[in-house]
Design a protein around this ligand. Structure first.
Ligand SMILES: [Zn+2]
Length: 347
């Protein structure tokens, strides 16, 4: 916009751009645009469609939110990159987090719910001693239950973020990749050599619950292979490569550092044979594991997404909210497809 305005000014005048011309052609239109966008932003209550305001300049609606303000001139929202992260069910004192050392505490405006995972676009409003109001936009991110990312380990600058093809947030912390807080190990994403020692605590607890639930249906659930270290995976993979070929091994065995077993969130259950799907225990797992937060990680016919052939025995813990989504009434959605990530080796 700015470029086109300047361009127009140059074409029209072909003279020197005077100060008055600059104000008329550039600054005034810009102020009008900023004002409209600012008001539109403040009035949007729908967090997912901030630019979708049908009536952004309506003076009536503009005054509604101004009632508490002494000053009728509503300042524009200053967008910040501040993200406050928490997990579903764990509330945070937002004002304290935002005010920091500043004794001048503000207020938070906008709708959010600590009991509902999501990304909330909110506003932090402060008023200084001269009654000057400042509105800063910030993001509250409430992660799903069952995430593996330890939010307390995030400090400014110690991690990198990226956005997946489906708009989800990836965080890389200590060479481990988390998408929306879930650790990812597949053909694209690795975990470091020394990562992990055992099944993750939450995964183990969920598994124990599932065992008890299965027992009520007279089904035994047991772990054939749970946590596997980098070294163990290295031995397994190399054995397959020597016995068959690397190309063949890559269809069912992960290269060291790429195995989900090393994350401590995955396990091979009951019987490592495709015929598990026809047995009562295999059928029970397929239909019930999601209720305990487990997903069938490599579903049938999804090789192109997961990078691996069908494995009716391999389950991954992701918490009940995401597991229910991925279960999809039995038509399993893969983590790769849901988050919009790949599972491909570089070579
Ligand atoms: Zn497995």
């Amino acid at each position: 916009m700015l470029e086109s305005v300047i361009y127009m000014a140059k074409v029209k005048g072909k003279k020197r751009l005077t100060k008055v011309g600059l104000i008329v052609l550039v600054i005034i239109p810009l102020l009008v645009i900023c004002g409209v966008v600012g008001i539109g932003y403040m009035h949007s209550k729908d967090n997912k469609s901030l630019n979708n305001n049908s009536n952004p300049t309506s003076p009536t609606s503009a005054n509604e939110s101004n009632n508490s303000s002494e000053n009728n001139e509503e300042p524009q929202v200053i967008e910040t990159s501040t993200v406050i992260r928490t997990k579903v069910g764990e509330s945070v004192d937002l004002v304290s987090a935002l005010a920091g050392e500043n004794p001048n505490k503000g207020t938070v405006e906008g709708e959010y719910d600590f009991n509902k995972s999501g990304v909330y676009k909110l506003r932090y409003v402060t008023t200084d001693s001269n009654s000057k109001k400042t509105i800063q936009g910030f993001t509250l991110k409430v992660y799903m239950d069952g995430i593996n990312l330890d939010l307390s380990k995030l400090t400014p600058g110690n991690y990198k973020t990226f956005t997946t093809s489906k708009g989800y947030e990836g965080i890389v912390l200590n060479d481990v990749t988390y998408i929306e807080g879930f650790i990812i190990a597949n053909k694209t994403y690795t975990v470091p050599k020394d990562y992990g020692t055992s099944l993750e605590k939450e995964t183990q607890a969920a598994f124990d619950k599932m065992v008890a639930g299965a027992k009520k249906d007279n089904i035994n659930v047991n772990i054939q292979s749970g946590f596997r270290s980098y070294e163990t995976q290295s031995r397994i993979y190399n054995r397959h490569v020597t016995t068959y070929s690397q190309a063949e091994a890559d269809t069912y065995s992960a290269r060291p550092g790429h195995s989900e077993h090393q994350t401590g969130t995955a396990m091979d259950l009951n019987w490592i044979k495709e015929a598990l799907e026809d047995r009562a225990d295999g059928k029970w797992l397929f239909a019930n594991a999601y209720k305990y937060g487990f997903v069938l990680r490599y579903p049938k016919g999804k090789d192109n997404e997961t990078g691996y052939m069908y494995e009716p025995w391999h389950y991954r813990y992701v918490g009940t909210e995401l597991a229910k989504i991925l279960y999809n009434d039995g038509d399993w959605i893969t983590l790769e497809s849901y988050f919009g990530i790949t599972s491909k080796y570089n070579d």
